[in-house]
Design a protein around this ligand. Structure first.
Ligand code: COA
Ligand code: AMP
Length: 638
């Protein structure tokens, strides 16, 4: 197939193109309306179609005679467990859990929060909700009770489904007390908490709202799939935005199922029956699209991996999983490869495994630096495809579409626009920029199927955040440029969102938390470069006058505060005290300038700066801070 032809057709004739793709999935009622638009001219796909995504992921394959094929492999180096589930086994478990949810009164239109580690029961819970039309909202297990409470209050779940514990490297994380604390903090009170007890030794304090997952399944009948409208919200997935409040990205059902089926074949190049492994977490969009729904809809075997690229038990884990389960294509974040490279720079572990099944390595979630890409290619000479997308899009927007045409890879670029995405680079005034000029990455409407429906119960924020800056275009929040051949290079966020080890976080939210410390008069948080995690946050604070707390004590308190409120994933480690922050004459903090100074990059001093002498002040404070920090670390080393 020729990429250019396919791409042109998708942009010129979106309705015909996506109608054809929608025929690849089974509908209870085929849509007659392919593309319509709402009052913001935002696309709605397949509006009058009816389907059920759990049916597509499970029942359909059983009806077609593939019930015995392995659907899910649970590989958990942290508990030394491998369990394989056939499509039939998954369907039985999911249908029973769905029956249990139904018996609790959950029905189409209700919501459920899932807060679980990487165990098969998290996938079962998602599919069980989808089976009966309940909208799920999975919350990443690394978030603290405060974050969970915010999400509970926003999406008002009838139930929370959780597990007794997770394992981080060799640490037991007890989930149930975190859920109880979140419910206590939240204004909305879910009726029930369903707990999958892993029996790993975690305390599970009892509350009157508790229900045991196993008992619930044992006592319930299998529930059938409920047809839902194509625009029915399959899930709400919260992600970080430019304010302290996370955004509830709402996903439809019909457009999403169509887009995922299309992606598995055309982007990831997988035929049914093959094995796909996305080494991510169900708490992120990668987990939703390419651990759970995408591979199962395409009848691929998917892997639920409960481990890390390193230290579980070592940097060979990824290669062991690939060779043991004969993985055909894999997806991970560059940070995972950096972690492996650091532990095993010569790739000694790689040599020990037969990786012949692996055709393609996909990378996304953050910018992939050239050194990491080169290291990977040197040790594993298969196509390593960096591709770009977001929680909002739900599936890749820029990639080399491996199932269409294996175009040459341009290191540093995330490839070419995926079919359906008319990607353009705009200057500040909405003018299209010439090749190699850096600007805003925008997408001409209509976005193809599968993209966000909107923000949960917040249409005003949706419009303001994505559709207003450049009318007629979706504003991605990323910067980048295209070269003469149409390859797109993503240069990073243009807003207050940062990517820490592939985890999307909001500096605005951290600023709110840091500012709440009684010693802080003013603060800013910026993302700075980090060799392993790509970016990490750094806080700069101005103290209230008269404050005399010792610097490292204060730093410790602020770090703990952020950990307590957001969770360990926030990874704030550095807090710098300064006399004042660099600002424009109108009082805006110059974050970009600060990032440039800290990362020792070439930076431009904006003409709007209030007082240029502050730059030397900051440099001086940074020098002293890092010198003291090194001294302190030496002192505390055993
Ligand atoms: N539950 C509880 N805590 C969690 C967690 C979870 N699900 N995920 C992360 N954390 C904790 C970690 O244990 C760590 O805690 P600590 O500060 O007490 O040590 C903290 O959050 C920061 O985690 P992380 O940023 O992941 O750093 P790390 O040093 O633990 O691990 C990597 C580094 C590179 C191994 C790890 O980040 C990784 O595997 N990254 C891949 C990311 C990825 O796949 N992203 C998906 C997007 S595609
Ligand atoms: P998330 O919504 O968590 O998937 O994060 C999306 C953001 O991650 C994007 O807006 C980008 O800033 C960044 N991102 C994702 N993939 C890439 C990539 N391949 N290269 C550079 N940045 C990326």
């Amino acid at each position: 197939m020729n990429y250019n032809n396919l791409y042109e057709r998708s942009i010129r004739y979106p309705e015909a193109f996506w109608q054809e793709q929608s025929n690849e999935i089974a509908w209870y009622k085929k849509p007659t309306s392919i593309l319509s638009r709402d009052e913001n001219d935002y696309p709605l796909w397949f509006k009058d179609g009816e389907l059920n995504i759990c049916y597509l992921a499970l029942d359909k394959h059983i009806e077609d005679g593939f019930g015995d094929q392995i659907a899910v492999i649970y590989d958990s180096p942290v508990t030394q467990t491998i369990i394989k589930y056939s499509f039939l086994e998954v369907k039985t478990e999911v249908a029973k859990l769905a029956g249990g949810l139904k018996s609790l009164g959950l029905t189409k239109g209700d919501t459920a929060v899932i807060y679980m580690p990487m165990i098969p029961q998290s996938l079962f819970a998602m599919l069980a909700c989808a089976r009966i039309g309940v909208t799920h909202s999975v919350v990443f297990g690394g978030f603290a009770p405060h974050e969970l409470a915010i999400r509970i209050d926003d999406c008002k779940p009838k139930v929370v489904i959780t597990a007794s514990s997770g394992i981080e490297f060799d640490r037991l994380i007890t989930y149930k007390p975190l859920v109880d604390e979140a419910i206590e903090l939240a204004g909305h009170k879910p009726e029930k908490v369903i707990i999958f007890n892993r029996k790993l030794g975690a305390k599970v304090p009892f509350k009157p709202y508790d229900l045991d997952y196993i008992e619930l399944i044992y006592n319930s009948k299998e529930a059938n799939c409920v047809p839902v409208n194509a625009t029915h919200p399959l899930y709400i997935l919260y992600t970080s935005g430019t304010t302290g409040k996370p955004k509830g990205i709402v996903r439809d059902t019909g457009g999403y199922a169509t887009a995922l089926k299309f992606s598995m074949k055309n982007i990831y190049g997988l035929d049914p029956d093959e094995v796909f492994w996305a080494a991510s977490d169900v708490g992120w969009v990668v987990g939703h699209s390419f651990i759970v729904y995408g591979p199962l809809i395409n009848r691929n075997t998917t892997i639920i991996f409960e481990g890390k690229p390193i230290k579980t038990p070592d940097a060979s884990t990824f290669w062991r999983v690939i060779s043991e389960h004969k993985v055909n294509a894999m997806f991970t974040a560059p940070t995972a490869i950096r972690a492996i490279k650091k532990e095993d720079p010569e790739g000694e572990f790689i040599k020990k495994y037969d990786l012949s099944s692996l055709r393609t390595q996909f990378l996304a979630g953050e910018r992939c630096d050239l050194a990491t890409l080169e290291w990977y290619q040197k040790h594993i000479p298969i196509p390593a495809i960096d591709h770009w997308w977001q929680t909002e899009s739900g599936w890749p927007m820029i990639a080399v579409m491996m199932g269409v045409e294996s175009l040459p890879i341009q290191p540093g670029s995330t490839g070419k626009p995926v079919t359906g995405y008319d990607i353009q680079i705009f200057g500040e005034n909405g003018q299209e920029l010439a090749p190699n000029e850096e600007g805003y990455v925008v997408i001409k409407l209509p976005l193809p199927p599968g993209n966000m429906l909107g923000l949960w119960k917040d249409p005003a924020r949706f419009k303001a955040g994505y559709l207003t800056k450049f009318p007629g275009y979706y504003f991605s929040g990323d910067g980048g440029y295209k070269d003469e051949n149409g390859y797109v290079f993503i240069t990073g966020r243009v807003d207050d969102v940062i990517n820490v080890a592939g985890h999307r976080l909001s500096t605005a939210e951290m600023e709110e938390i840091v500012s709440s410390h009684p010693s802080v008069a003013e603060c800013t948080v910026v993302g700075i470069q980090d060799d392993l995690k790509g970016q990490v946050p750094m806080a700069m604070i101005v103290l209230i006058s008269g404050e005399s707390m010792e610097h490292f004590q204060l730093e410790h308190e602020i770090i703990q505060l952020v950990r307590e409120k957001i969770g360990a994933v926030a990874a704030l480690r550095n807090v710098l005290i300064v006399e004042r922050l660099p600002k424009t004459r109108s009082g805006k903090i110059l974050r970009k300038l600060l990032r440039g100074i800290i990362d020792k990059e070439d930076y431009q001093i904006p003409s709007t700066i209030d007082d240029v002498s502050i730059i030397d002040e900051i440099k001086n404070a940074l020098r002293i801070y890092f010198k003291d920090k090194r001294k302190e670390q030496k002192k505390t080393k055993p």
